[in-house]
Ligand binder design. Structure first.
Ligand SMILES: Cc1cc2nc3c(=O)[nH]c(=O)nc-3n(C[C@H](O)[C@H](O)[C@H](O)COP(=O)(O)OP(=O)(O)OC[C@H]3O[C@@H](n4cnc5c(N)ncnc54)[C@H](O)[C@@H]3O)c2cc1C
Length: 397
């Protein structure tokens, strides 16, 4: 039976990042990916400052920055008045080498990671981890491929296989939490909102007077509009080209229809695995936790998992006992997912769903006072930029 140090189920951005970190540490890695070709679906677009700091030594940050849009400020805004609270990330310039959010599609990260991995790890495409058995010395992983079913022996198996993780299911771990009732719509357009809405940031969360709220997230050459749809009509009816155009016309009215390049509905979940590791099998990324995309933290948190887990696995492969190290991985990353990422994303989602004009005004006034007060702005940005969560995790023994 062929053997390797670590089998990673899932060649999404978290699995690929973990693979690169392990390869850098000298481990033999097999990445098993269910899809035949890399996907470019509409998912993450925001990278937070500490993630850019962490990816820098891998030589990834410079290519991401070249392919994305640095966003030195973000804002919460009342539409159409334009009254806004603007958060300037320059206030945390002493805390990070990258005091900006980077707006860049997640597939560009995956492409950059794959380029660095080429020839260094075994990549199986159109292959699916479908089961495993673990013992004291390792894990025997069963992989379905177009050529049939094969077993691979490894010291460790990591499930980076997304929210529906087969690895998590096979471990029998609950995915505790809830699925929110609403569906959100994401649509991209080439329309230059920045030329029509004064003082727009590349990341802008908008409350719309008298109607549904939306976010404007800019990536190179296009804007992504995240629409919080009406609750009185089925989602299918709000996904037709005419309905999507009407949603965008309500943001900035124009005589021509909008050019809509792509669109997708998505459900929002807030769930976390009951444990991040059992024996020699661990979870990372969406397989371990999912949260509302509001605030752009899911992928960032998954990448932070990968760094912590890579350190634990590398030390184990070098001879340290894996049990305490994987326990510490769980103790460091699970509370951060629960108390920092999921709760902050939940607060962001609630803010975006607020429709009461008086409560919005009060919230905006509070946000404006935070943005204007350096003593409150820095702590706010350290929390929302995920720096606090990483420090909290590092302090856990
Ligand atoms: C609309 C939207 C916007 C978002 N915006 C942001 C944002 O701005 N910032 C942010 O940080 N996060 C954001 N997120 C979250 C982010 O997209 C996810 O957190 C991220 O994709 C997780 O990466 P992953 O590698 O853990 O999982 P995935 O990207 O889901 O990758 C899992 C991989 O595993 C493969 N796979 C599945 N099962 C198996 C199996 N049995 N064997 C082998 N392979 C398997 C799949 O094919 C897939 O390639 C957003 C999400 C959505 C939906």
């Amino acid at each position: 039976m062929a053997s390797t140090d670590v089998v990673i189920a899932g060649g999404g951005p978290v699995g690929l990042c973990l693979a690169l970190l392990l390869a850098e540490a000298g481990a033999a890695v097999t990445v098993v990916e269910a899809e035949r070709c890399p996907t470019r679906d509409l998912r993450a677009s925001t990278f937070h400052p500490p993630t850019l700091d962490m990816l820098e030594p891998l030589g990834i940050t410079s290519s991401l920055v070249a392919a994305g849009l640095p966003c030195p400020h973000w804002q919460v805004r009342l539409h159409p008045s334009g009254d806004r609270a603007v958060f300037d990330l320059g206030a945390i310039a002493a805390d990070t080498a990258h005091p900006y959010r980077l707006q860049c599609e997640q597939w560009k990260l995956s492409d950059a990671l794959r380029a660095k991995l080429a020839g260094r790890v075994e990549m199986l495409a159109e292959a699916r981890v479908c089961g495993f058995v673990q013992d004291d010395a390792g894990v025997t992983v069963t992989i379905d491929t177009p050529d049939g079913r094969h077993d691979r022996r490894a010291a460790f198996l990591v499930g980076c296989d997304g929210a529906r993780s087969a690895v998590r299911h096979a471990l029998g771990l609950a995915f505790e939490g809830e699925t929110y009732p609403e569906t959100t719509i994401l649509a991209t357009t080439t329309f230059p909102f920045e030329q029509q809405l004064a003082g727009l940031s590349n990341v802008t969360y908008c409350w719309r007077e008298g109607a549904g709220n939306f976010s404007l997230l800019r990536v190179p050459g296009r804007w992504r509009v995240s629409i919080y749809p009406r609750e009185d009509a089925p989602i299918e009816a709000q996904m037709t080209p005419e309905a999507l155009d009407a949603s965008l016309q309500a943001v900035v009215p124009r005589s021509d229809p909008y050019e809509i390049l792509e669109s997708r509905p998505y459900r929002v979940h807030m769930r976390m695995a009951a444990r991040y590791a059992v024996g020699r099998v661990a979870l990372a990324g969406d397989a371990a936790h999912v949260n509302s995309p509001a605030g752009g933290m899911g992928l960032n948190g998954g990448l932070h998992d990968a760094f912590e887990l890579a350190a634990a696995l590398s030390a184990s492969l070098a001879g340290a006992q894996h049990g305490p190290l994987l326990d510490r991985y769980d103790r460091r990353r699970r509370p951060v997912a629960r108390d920092e990422i999921m709760s902050q994303a939940d607060r962001n989602r609630s803010r975006m769903r607020e429709r009461d004009p008086d409560r919005r005004r009060a919230m905006l006034a509070e946000l404006q006072s935070i943005a204007a007060d350096p003593a409150r702005l820095r702590p706010h940005l350290l929390r929302t930029s995920m720096i606090d969560g990483l420090k909290r995790a590092a302090a856990v023994d």
